[in-house]
Design a binder for this molecule. Sequence first.
Ligand code: SF4
Length: 889
Amino acid sequence: MDLFNIDLFKQLTPQTTLLTPNSRLSAALLKKHHAWQISQDKRCWPRVDILPFPSFLQRLWRNFIASSIVETPLLLTPNQEQLIWEKILRQSAESDYLIKLSHTAELAKSAWITLKEWRVDLNNAALGTTEDSCIFQKWALEFEQLCKRENWLDSSGLANAICEKILTGEITPPEKIILTGFTEISPQHQYLLDVCVKAGSSITIFEPEKIDNITHRISLTDEETELQTMARWAKSILHLYPDKTIGCIIPNLKKLRDRALQIFSDVFSAEDTYTTDHILLPFNISAGKKLSAYPIIHTALQLLNIHPKPLSINTLSGLLRSPFLGEAEREISQRARFENTLRRNNVSNISLEKLMSEKSHFDFSRDCPAFASRIQKYLDTLPDTSQLLPTSTWVTIFDQQLTALGWPGERSLNSAEYQVVKNAWLTLLTEYAACDTVLGPLNYQQALHYLTYLATKVMFQPQSPEGAPIQLLGALEAADLSFDYLWVMGLDDTTWPPIPKPNPFIPQRLQKALQMPHATAERELVYCQRLTEQFTRSAKQIVFSHALHNDKAELRPSPIIATATTVTLEQILLADFAPPSQKIYATRTMEYIQDDIAPPIQANERISGGSHIFKLQAACPFKAFAELRLQAKKIDEPTLGLMAKDRGNIIHKAMEMVWSKLNDKTTLDQQDDEALMTIVTDSVEHALSLDTSNALKNTRYRKLESLRLQKLLLTWLEKEKARPHFTVIALEEKRETIIGNIPLTLRVDRIDKLDNGRQLIIDYKTGKNNSFDAWFSDRPDEPQLPLYCLTDPDKTIGILFAQINAEKMKWDGVSELTLDIDSVKTIDKVKYTDANNWKEQIAQWQTTLQKIGTDFSNGNATVDPKDSVETCRHCHLHAFCRIHESSEL
Ligand code: SF4
């Protein structure tokens, strides 16, 4: 037991109340006091009164209410207060201009609390000096009047109410009050203490004596290294001294919580004696995360919100994949398939009614019967959402709806999920049910809005085992706690002290004059100096650390820790640590298995893909194998308008229609503007009428798309007019062939017959970067046109891309003889091939494509991208082929 606590404990009598700034310090002191008594062989001792200041105020008030015979104001909970502020701002004239209304409500509430704590009257003239403070003043007066009218008492007014009752003798303060651990006392609390003194209390501030300690300072590369080094240091101390307490202070804990938790879990779970379940790890983190950020609660809120607005594909995908719905495990495959169907059909949002409708394009009830039946139950129990009901009734309805949907799922919850539901969610619902008085009757959407809002404000951390030896704390929570060993990180010159952050609703001059929190750099400096002093009293061995740089700049140590002795990494105790992946890799015994050959294609194996098979196999054999034989295809990302592939199909169809009417160049040339316009318009309208995309059901969008296509086609036809005479002899013609043992059905966009009797194969492209160089090399990027060419090489004189793109319209291709078409070259002028003439080129394509086809049909599935940067950049299979791992080996 250290001297710090004994000196304090000796002053505690049954008439004394010991006040601390937070419950963590109260609990620690209470625990130590018990240990101190036991160490003196005592078996029982008088109860000591140790509690945080806010609880002290609430106790005085509760006792007063219990003894009062007159009606007393209702003390609001913090959540009720927040809801009232949110409601006031939402109903204010300014609500339309507030982009982040909830955040503004928080700032307004914070300004209100600060003014109360600094004893500034709302009618203070300074509050009328800026536009923001005038608006705030209006909201605050509304809050004040509302509380008065309804006889409510908010927590920041509690101290004032108690002062009044002490002065009238209705509340008797404790005989003796000791304060410890306070970095500062607000004027409001100081006034309350003064009133207590007037009423006969004695007040003492206990400051523990300075202890001899060793304080070191260390510079580390960055924040990540700081966290990792701190974790390794804590682990090494724990190994050497298992019964000692270790504090790890992270001033920016709110922001770094998840990263800190991850790094500490990695460092400690790398040890055999711990498991990866953080419940069994020897540390406890004080910061929680938003209740709404826990997946189980996120799903609950999403489920309550599935009606009446249409569901976006992302929300519906999340629900189809969520384990927190009824029958989620049993129906997992059907739900995945259904999601894929929606995506393929470019469904970017869908209403529940449409999803359930028998006339719907999709058969939800057939594909996901259990989910559909849950939704049906939900819809059957859905009340009239426009009726105004108290929050307590809405809470019951929400509960019924979640039950109808099978939330929280069929699998057993893990410990953290169980705690989130039982300790946080149910508590929140209970508290929300009691908000009738502050919110009044609400409709469904309003009730859900306020519940969601509270779920984003409530912070929750599942409990760790009692007495974890390592505590990860924020700076304020750690003040005056004592440890055997302490590490404080993040003490660089930009963070400690932090940049001032005055509240925008209180004029800066007023904040500066009264030295309000975060008002000026000087105040932040003094405050951080005091906190640092408290840290140095907290342990005998202390390490202060800072990063040498962050994303933006080089960093230096904070001047506040400049006097601490500098140490290097070699001078401090550090446990060995390697990330789990490295540890596994280090213990590897390599076994080489040649597994790049898949079974050859069987006679009864159906492979579809046409020329796409050759394109994929040429780009990367594994990609072709994965996508075409294992069906490891990328899921579609629905868009608001037409999908790119649908746009392409519509243009193809429209061009087919145009040339089925025009037939040849002479007819094209004979059309006057009006006639051509009619042909193009009819063709485009016909092509659009064949497309069933949802996007085209929007008349305005359809009209715009029609106009865009008409313009595009008319511009393209001007390019056709510039060509020598031709006759279109085939449109969307099917051709069958076998190349490299692969039976292929190819569809040629268009074949023109030239005046010399030879044929030109044309392929429409709607992208803008098409070039004939993609047809050459032994791994051609676009083997489609060479494949078409091989179906009838003797008659074919050339192959062409027709790039119909608003930004760049062009022909691009190669031919045997000069064709008098822009950008079309004869084969002898093409630098990408060594063929001297058309015949040689045909032979080369025959050999190349034969080999690619044979490789595919023989099962060649090697991870061998044509270009490991470019080819892999556009591929979604990285995690499957593990290309990055193989390049690291
Ligand atoms: S990521 Fe690269 S190596 Fe892997 S399958 Fe795709 S293209 Fe081939």
